[in-house]
Ligand binder design. Structure first.
Ligand code: UT7
Length: 336
C-alpha cells in the first residue's frame, strides 16, 4: 500500500470585494447582523466580464498548485473537481479543467458533496493513490455562488453568507511511510437533504414547471434554501464527532492537533468546535471574515493560506473537517 501526500497547494479568489455595507445597499441587512451571526466582513464575487467561472477559477488555483508540486500538467493522472455551482448543468467542471490545462486526455471526476466536497474528493484521490492506480491527482474545490443567489431581502439569510473562490491541491504518492494523509472519514444523512438545497432546475423541477408553479416568483426553487438553525445544530455535532473519529482511528489525542482547518461555514461554528476541543487561537485557522463561506473551496483556500503563512510545518498533525448540504460531513487527518 502506498501513502498520499499533499505536494502543492494553490488558491484563487476574484478581485471584486463585496463588503457587508455593499450588501446593505441591495437588501435589508447590516454589517452588525452579519458580523455578529457569522463573523463575515467581506467576500469576493465574480464580476460580469472578468472572465471568471467556476472552472476558470479552479484552473487558476490549480496552476499554482501544480507549479508548487514541481510536476508538469502532463503528469496528472486524474482530475477531481468538487463544486455545487458548476458552469454547466452537464458536463461537469472536471473536463473543462482538463481542456483548459491542455492535458491531452485523462480521467476527470466531478464530486457533488457541497461543503464536504473537498474532503470527499481527497478521500477518492487517496484511495486511487494508495492502491497504486494513480500517482498524481489534481483536486480542486471551486464555487461561483454569486451567480445564483437572491440578492433581495427575501434571500438575505443565505446570500450574505456565501462567496466565490477556488482552491486546489496536487496529491502525490509519497516515498516516506507515515507522512501524508493518515485517514479520511466520510458520512452522509440524506433524510436532511432538503434542509440545505437547491431544488431546480432538476428532473423534479424543470424550469417551465418552476415558472408555471410560481407565477409571482415568491417561492423560487432555483435559489438555495437553508434551514439555518437546524443546519447549525447538526454542524456543531457532526464536526465534533468526525474529528474525534479521525483522531481515534489514528490513536491520536486532541493534544496532538497542531492545526485544525474547519470548513468555513460560520465563525461561530468554528469557535464552538475550538472551545469544545480546548484548542488555542493559533491551532484553528479561520478566514471566513474575508471570504465568506466558499463551500467546496473553503478548505483548500484556508489550507493554502495557512501553509503560505508558515502556520503548517513538516511533521505537524493537520485536521480538516467539514459539514454541509446532504447532509454530508467528513474529516481528514494529515501528517505534514
Ligand atoms: O456551509 C454549509 C453549512 N452551513 C451552515 O453551517 C450555516 C448554519 N447556519 C447559520 O450559520 C445561521 O443559522 C445563519 C447565519 C444562517 C442565520 O443565523 P441565525 O442566528 O440562525 O438567524 P435566524 O435565521 O434565526 O434569523 C434571525 C433573524 C430573523 O428575523 P426575526 O424572524 O427574528 O425577526 C431573520 O429574518 O434575523 C433575520 N435575518 C437577517 N437580518 C439581517 C436573516 N438574515 C438576515 C440578514 N440581515 N442577512
Amino acid at each position: 500500500m502506498y501513502q498520499t501526500k499533499i505536494a502543492g497547494l494553490g488558491k484563487y479568489v476574484p478581485e471584486n470585494v463585496v463588503t457587508n455595507d455593499d450588501l446593505s445597499k441591495m437588501m435589508e441587512t447590516n454589517d452588525e447582523w452579519i458580523t455578529e451571526r457569522t463573523g463575515i466582513k467581506e467576500r469576493r464575487h465574480i464580476k460580469k466580464g472578468d472572465g471568471n467561472s467556476t472552472a476558470v477559477m479552479g484552473v487558476k488555483a490549480a496552476k499554482i498548485a501544480i507549479e508548487r508540486a514541481g510536476i508538469s500538467k502532463d503528469d496528472i493522472d486524474l482530475i477531481v473537481f468538487a463544486t455545487l455551482s458548476p458552469d454547466y448543468y452537464f458536463p461537469g467542471c472536471g473536463v473543462q479543467v482538463q481542456e483548459m490545462l491542455e492535458i491531452d486526455t485523462c480521467p476527470a471526476l466531478d464530486v457533488r458533496n457541497q461543503c464536504s466536497g473537498f474532503i470527499y474528493g481527497m478521500s477518492v484521490a487517496d484511495q486511487f493513490i494508495k492502491t497504486g492506480m494513480y500517482k498524481n491527482v489534481l483536486l480542486i474545490g471551486s464555487e461561483n455562488h454569486s451567480g445564483g443567489l437572491d440578492f433581495t431581502t427575501r434571500g438575505r439569510s443565505v446570500s450574505v453568507i456565501f462567496g466565490d473562490g477556488a482552491g486546489a491541491a496536487v496529491l502525490t504518492r509519497s516515498d516516506h511511510n507515515g507522512e501524508g494523509i493518515l485517514s479520511t472519514h466520510l458520512h452522509s444523512e440524506g433524510k436532511h437533504a432538503l434542509e440545505l438545497s437547491l431544488k431546480g432546475p432538476s428532473t423534479e423541477h424543470w424550469v417551465p414547471e418552476i415558472i408555471a408553479e410560481n407565477p409571482q416568483g415568491d417561492d423560487i426553487p432555483y435559489y438555495p434554501y437553508m434551514n439555518g438553525q437546524f443546519v447549525f445544530k447538526n454542524a456543531i455535532q457532526r464536526f465534533s464527532e468526525v474529528i474525534n473519529e479521525g483522531l481515534q482511528a489514528n490513536g491520536l489525542e486532541v493534544s496532538d492537533i497542531d492545526m485544525l482547518i474547519p470548513h468555513q461555514a460560520n465563525l461561530r461554528i468554528s469557535q464552538f468546535v475550538q472551545q469544545k476541543f480546548k484548542l488555542k487561537d493559533d491551532q484553528v485557522y479561520n478566514n471566513i471574515q474575508r471570504y465568506g463561506n466558499t463551500t467546496a473551496a473553503s478548505i483548500p483556500i484556508a489550507l493554502t493560506e495557512a501553509w503560505e503563512e508558515g502556520k503548517i510545518k513538516e511533521g505537524d498533525i493537520v485536521v480538516l473537517a467539514a459539514f454541509g448540504s446532504g447532509f454530508t460531513w467528513g474529516s481528514a487527518i494529515i501528517k505534514w
